[in-house]
Design a protein around this ligand. Structure first.
Ligand code: PMV
Length: 310
């Protein structure tokens, strides 16, 4: 047997950080950057080989497993869910999603691994079950995750997400043309999430008001996405970026890329994901796409990704 499972990256369009506090957020899958997990039969205990991750890893999955290791935890929880007992074989994980950059690498690795383990057992793991297991592993990456990453990565559909509520998928009135620009700086989401928690505890009223403002933007953005009001959507993106700056999760590099995209004619731009490093997203149209891409590279973007979300 030589079969493959996969999962996509993701980008948060609106509402990151505030989503941890029950505010809605909107995210889309990035189907053209993926994690692929290839299964091979062997007679040895299940071995997971991951070469492209921050910590390249070879994990032997058995009775005793390390709960602090994301690959081991994901494998063990999936095996428990499928009720298969110990497995043999090899799963090799390859990823083209940059790690620690807000594009969902952690959730995609977990999701692809879970699906690969199910594949080895000739069964399919339901998206709802898989998403719950990936969420458990996300706690290692994020501390107190909202659940948005596992949801959008597992279901691979644009979502309007509210923590602990039923998932709502959203439809696009018009395709969204987005350029994603990478600062090239890896940063840990759990640190940024912890700092927002500290801010919230120190200044609860002010921080809650900022979250509420983000929530209003997210709801307005959903209406714009569904009706195809792209120009207004751009303004909302930029407004969301300024509120994220207020939460102190942006950085000089992210701000520089956002400014460069706006100066070059983007309809809107913001950081995306945990922040401090990672990526910005810029909403463009046919007129501005080339100038925005050029401006992002000029301003230091290490890698660009162009997507049309529909
Ligand atoms: O994984 P990242 O960096 O895209 O961050 C996820 C978004 C946060 O809102 C910052 C955290 C969360 O769990 O929702």
């Amino acid at each position: 047997m030589n079969s493959q499972a996969s999962a996509p990256g993701k980008a948060i369009l609106f509402g990151e950080h505030a989503v941890v506090y029950g505010i809605p957020a909107i995210a889309i899958p990035l189907s053209n950057i993926r994690v692929r997990a290839t299964c091979k039969d062997t007679s040895h205990p299940l071995t997971v080989i991951a070469e492209d991750l921050a910590r390249p890893a070879v994990t032997i999955v058995g009775e005793e497993f390390d709960r602090s290791d994301p690959l081991s935890l994901m494998a063990a929880l999936t095996i428990r869910q499928l009720n298969t007992g110990d497995l043999t074989g090899e799963i090799r994980i390859r990823s083209d999603i940059p790690v620690a950059s807000g594009l969902g690498s952690g959730a995609a690795v977990s999701a692809a691994l879970g699906r690969a383990i199910a594949l080895m057992q000739d069964c399919v793991i339901a998206d709802g079950e898989l998403s719950k297991i990936v969420f458990e592993v996300e706690k290692l990456h994020h501390g107190t995750p909202s659940g948005i990453d596992n949801t959008v990565v597992v279901y691979e559909k644009p979502v309007y997400f509210v923590k602990d509520e039923a998932i709502e998928f959203i439809r696009f009135g018009e395709p969204l043309h987005i350029i994603i620009g990478d600062t090239g700086i890896a940063s840990l989401t759990r640190d940024a999430v912890a700092d927002v928690r500290t801010l919230y505890e120190r200044e609860p009223a002010h921080t809650a008001a900022q979250f509420d403002e983000i929530g209003d933007i997210v709801n307005d953005a959903r209406a714009c996405i569904e009706s195809g009001a792209t120009a207004r959507l751009g303004e909302l993106m930029t407004a969301n970026h300024h509120l994220l700056r207020g939460l102190n999760v942006s950085s000089a590099d992210l701000d520089r890329l956002v400014e460069a995209a706006l100066d070059a004619g983007a309809l809107g731009a913001k950081m995306s994901g945990g922040g401090r490093g990672g990526n910005v997203i810029a909403l463009v149209n046919d007129r501005s796409v080339t100038s925005v891409k050029d401006a992002l590279v000029q301003a230091g973007a290490k890698r660009l990704l162009e997507i049309v979300a529909r």
